[in-house]
Design a protein around this ligand. Structure first.
Ligand code: AMP
Length: 395
């Protein structure tokens, strides 16, 4: 399959699956345009070559046609980001859509209405995919955020473009970044997993134990490991039914030569509140009535040492309840350490849900090598799965 750079789009209409599932406020204004910005390079390349662009995306989870999920709300934002007046058509298949595409001139951009207004999109309906395929000469998949779904526009449509398809720049970059960590990572390779629960990340842990040299387990997850080893964790969050699993993970890591680093101390609070009283204590000696809500100073230092000696770093999940200012310090310290390691030449990938929110909130997005745009898609990639949207392209 050709890359985007190997294709000249002059005189062609490119049908691009983008992920414009952006957050809107109560006035239907886009509050975070990152996903639109991320799709810009692919769109600009087609236009620059002298082609035209037809954009398709979903927005939210509509049940049939629901005005509040109409992509018309984002037309002005997309136009602003692209620097082109974007046209809009109120359906994504059928006569209206086909007419709008036929009238589209080279250099122009057309946005189709929400794909999910048709239940056939999520059902992966072949006939629906075939109708969509009439709307372009070349298919570009640039939607990493939905690459883990076998939907009509992300996976089923590929068969109608056997020789006329390619990954967009964004999707290609996502694939390359994951490969750089999981397959080609320069040693020492470090993964940092944080967040609330082990249960949502078991498969990730099991898969990456074969790929990394060091594993930092932080955040709420760490307490299950500490209690399983006999530590006193007070009222900290814990999945008691996962204690055996935690011990098994520690044993597996040991057998595979992976060094696991758990926090040694915490910022403990007497309530789950930003205004709670706090104290620093050892992670295995948290008094009853107190709960660990952030990594303590010794843990931050320990993690900093591990991060700085790593050449490849993957970060998924915060080290504490970073949404509350008083418990964001550990996550911020880790972001600083990763930024420094990156400056010194390490490759750093931040992906999956809340750590992405954290790097954006604390201004680290430009100080790491790559911030993934896909939450679920990123997690499934880290679990070692081949995503259907990527597999279909490679067929
Ligand atoms: P996840 O979606 O699994 O990555 O979990 C992210 C959430 O974990 C964030 O909302 C954090 O507030 C939460 N979290 C991190 N550390 C802790 C902790 N020590 N206690 C409770 N929640 C935590």
């Amino acid at each position: 399959m050709k890359t985007m750079n190997e294709i000249n789009f002059k005189g062609k209409k490119a049908l691009i699956r983008v992920d414009f599932n952006v957050p809107l406020n109560e006035n239907f204004e886009v509050t975070d345009a990152t996903r639109i910005q991320s799709a810009k390079p692919s769109i600009r390349k087609v236009i620059k070559d002298g082609g035209a662009v037809v954009l398709m995306s979903h927005l939210g989870r509509p049940k049939g046609v629901e005005e509040k999920f109409s992509l018309k709300h984002i037309v002005s934002k997309v136009s602003e980001v692209l620097g082109v007046q974007v046209k809009f058509v109120s359906d994504c298949v059928g006569e209206k859509a086909e007419k709008a595409v036929a009238e589209l001139k080279m250099g122009e951009v057309l946005l189709l209405e929400n794909l999910r207004f048709h239940p056939e999109e999520k059902a992966g309906d072949v006939n629906f995919a075939k109708q969509l395929s009439k709307l372009g000469d070349i298919y570009i998949n640039d939607a990493f955020g939905t690459a883990h779904r076998a939907h009509a526009s992300t996976t089923i449509i590929d068969q109608f473009f056997p020789n006329n398809k390619c990954f967009g720049f964004l999707l290609a970059k996502e694939i390359e970044s994951i490969k750089k960590v999981l397959e080609e990572g320069k040693k020492p390779v470090l993964a940092i997993l944080g967040g609330a629960k082990i249960s949502s990340k078991i498969t990730v842990i099991e898969n990456i134990l074969d790929k990394v040299n060091h594993l930092i387990i932080g955040g709420g997850m760490s307490f299950t490991f500490v209690r399983a080893q006999g530590g006193k964790i007070g009222n900290s969050i814990c999945e008691d039914d996962k204690q055996k699993l935690a011990l098994r993970i520690l044993k597996q890591a040991n057998e595979k030569g992976v060094q696991i680093h758990l926090p040694v101390d915490v910022v403990a609070a007497d309530a789950f509140s930003n205004d709670a009283n706090t104290q620093i204590c050892d992670i295995n000696k948290i008094p009853d009535g107190w709960q660990g809500l952030d990594a303590g100073p010794k843990s931050r230092e320990l993690f900093n040492d591990v991060v700085l000696k790593s050449k490849t770093i993957l970060w998924n999940g915060p080290l504490g309840v970073f949404e509350m200012e008083n418990f964001a310090g550990g996550t911020i310290a880790l972001g600083n350490s990763i930024a420094e390691a990156t400056k010194n030449g390490a490759f750093s990938l931040v992906g999956g849900g809340d750590s992405v929110a954290a790097v954006k909130q604390f201004g680290f997005a430009n100080k790491v090598s790559y911030v993934s745009t896909g939450g679920g898609a990123m997690l499934e990639s880290l679990e070692g799965k081949t995503l259907p949207g990527i597999e279909a392209m490679l067929k």
